[in-house]
Design a protein around this ligand. Sequence first.
Ligand SMILES: [Zn+2]
Length: 357
Amino acid sequence: MKIDIRWTNSLCRKAGLSLAALLLFVIALSTAVSKSRASDENDSSSAAESSSQAPVIKYDTRYEQMNNSAFEENSGLLALDSKDSRYASEGTDFDSIYPYLFNDKGDQIMTTSSTSVCGEKEMLTQLNKMVSDFSAQTGLKTIMVRNASFKTNDKLYPSQFDVEDKKDEKTAVTDKGTVSSDGCYEHLSGLAVDLQLYEADKGAYPQFTGEGQYSWIVENCYKYGFVQRYTAAKQQVTGVEAKADHFRYVGRVFAKIMHDNDLALEEIYAFLQKYSYEQPLSVILDDGSEHIAYCVKADKEKSGTTIPVPSQPDGSSTEYCATGVGDGILYVCAGVPSGTQPRQDQQTTQTQPEKTE
Ligand SMILES: [Zn+2]
């Protein structure tokens, strides 16, 4: 059986609604307990304390069986596309950007260079939320998505300038068609976007530099699952010169970890390898929701490996994502069931040994 990481991602979204209901309860609780941990979206000072301790596991465990081939795939939210590491797939849950250009009131809050710009639905949904909130905060509707993935005649390209009959428009050479002609990797994944500005009143298309009011996006993007992928500070690590306009979607949990610990994508794998299901990294998102992140190594003795994930009181798994870079390890993030009491039944005690290193 082949694991479908996209499926688990879409499961994340389905589970989101019921989790949201639980969250209201948790937020009410945590406000009463600790007023300083209220969900003040703009207070970044409390962000750093959230992803540092190993929590005591209080929930039951459910086991998801995965084929070991999943551990050797460079795909999913943490897939690494670089000059040395190619993305394994072109994604399966793509959508045109067009419906995501509007907020929930139907007002257009951003534009695009082409309606053939497309990406993973989960990424586009979070991009829409981010730009909606940015627009509500600043009154600006000037964000333009210049580039994400580009689909024409059912063929996917890293940008519109890489479409075969348009390649002459830019002189930059593409590397096997997987590097965008503006020098970005990972556009084929459907998880990356390049932003630009469109000032309709002036008919101008300024670059997105992340300065002035646009610093809101740079500072808050992690809350929506995005990271500024290529920064000057991490140029030695990424090997790509700083690109203020290129954002990569890794999901909210991994983005929070990267933000709080100042990690480039290249650095998160070694960082997460310190954590196991028994001693996971606790991650509290800015909306108060609790998650854990941990690694599971492939069981080389068998063709499949079981992935432990927290279980809801009804026995179903919480929302979780398992992604890999093809190094025999799956990097997992999972929601923590809210309001569950410690359980000491046979499964819990068997499967959650109190490991001390
Ligand atoms: Zn880019």
